[in-house]
Design a protein around this ligand. Structure first.
Ligand code: AP5
Ligand code: MG
Length: 218
């Protein structure tokens, strides 16, 4: 049995940041539906064009699309465990994930809710940038790009900001989270699968708290 976890939390909670650390440290596989959808929009495919507008408005894309993306990856990847980052985001997606895992005779080890207050989320998101080459995440305030202008991981010199990281889309993304995704907290709590970590601490502290949860549930 492998370790499979969900990182659950609002935009900017640090899901992607922590998922990348778990990939490096534990050889797990990050499944970020947001990253998959961004890849698809960059490919210029029909689906990419359809989802781009929805994402830029800060709304959720349809359940069918993201469930399809996850199903493909669950079938294709051989791994020491999956980190679901930004999926599931609705109760229908949570049910679909349970069915997909059951089919593979896998189980969820833990669902980790990363708690961060709204003011901190806005500060984090509006200051975020990403290395265009390797995807390493930076933050103008808490983790600035090195002074020589080179990515600390790959040496890349190009950095980008996300189309949906503006105040208006962020407001909508938060609304979507509270309306459609936060009910999952009760759902997983009722299944005795939920653990909470304080997402406001330093990246290193949050990382330790997440590892403690995984080890206690494994
Ligand atoms: P997605 O890409 O998943 O975006 P999100 O959920 O809005 O979350 P973010 O990626 O913005 O934040 P994060 O929690 O990963 O934080 P990060 O680590 O970057 O989804 C985008 C869109 O795609 C959605 O709006 C929707 O349209 C669509 N979509 C995706 N999945 C879907 C699904 N399942 N169903 C339907 N639609 C879907 O950190 C943020 C910043 O904070 C960074 O700058 C980082 O350096 C900094 N930071 C991180 N941790 C800390 C810390 N501890 N202290 C200080 N700073 C920190
Ligand atoms: Mg992310």
């Amino acid at each position: 049995m492998t370790t499979n976890i969900i990182l659950l939390g609002p935009p900017g909670a640090g899901k992607g940041t922590q998922a990348r650390r778990l990939v490096e440290e534990r050889g797990m596989t990050q499944l970020s539906t947001g990253d998959m959808l961004r890849q698809s929009r960059n490919s210029g495919s029909d689906m990419g064009r359809r989802v781009a507008e929805v994402m830029d408005r800060g709304e959720l894309v349809t359940d069918d699309i993201v469930i399809g993306l996850i199903e493909e990856r669950l079938d294709a990847d051989r791994t020491d465990g999956f980190i679901f980052d930004g999926f599931p985001r609705t109760l229908a997606q949570a049910d679909a994930l349970a069915a997909l895992l059951e089919k593979k005779r896998e189980r969820l080890t833990a669902v980790i809710e990363m708690q961060v207050d709204d003011d901190a989320l806005v500060r984090r998101i509006t200051a975020r940038s990403t290395c265009a080459n390797c995807g390493e995440m930076y933050n103008d305030i808490t983790k600035p790009i090195p002074e020589d202008g080179k990515c600390a991981v790959c040496g890349g010199t190009e950095f980008k900001r996300r189309e949906d990281d503006n105040e208006q889309s962020l407001k909508q993304r938060l609304l979507e989270y509270y309306k459609k995704t936060s009910p999952l907290i009760g759902y997983y709590h009722a299944n005795d699968q939920l653990d909470r970590v304080d997402g406001l601490g330093e990246i290193e502290e949050v990382s330790r708290a997440i590892k403690d949860v995984i080890d206690s549930r494994a």
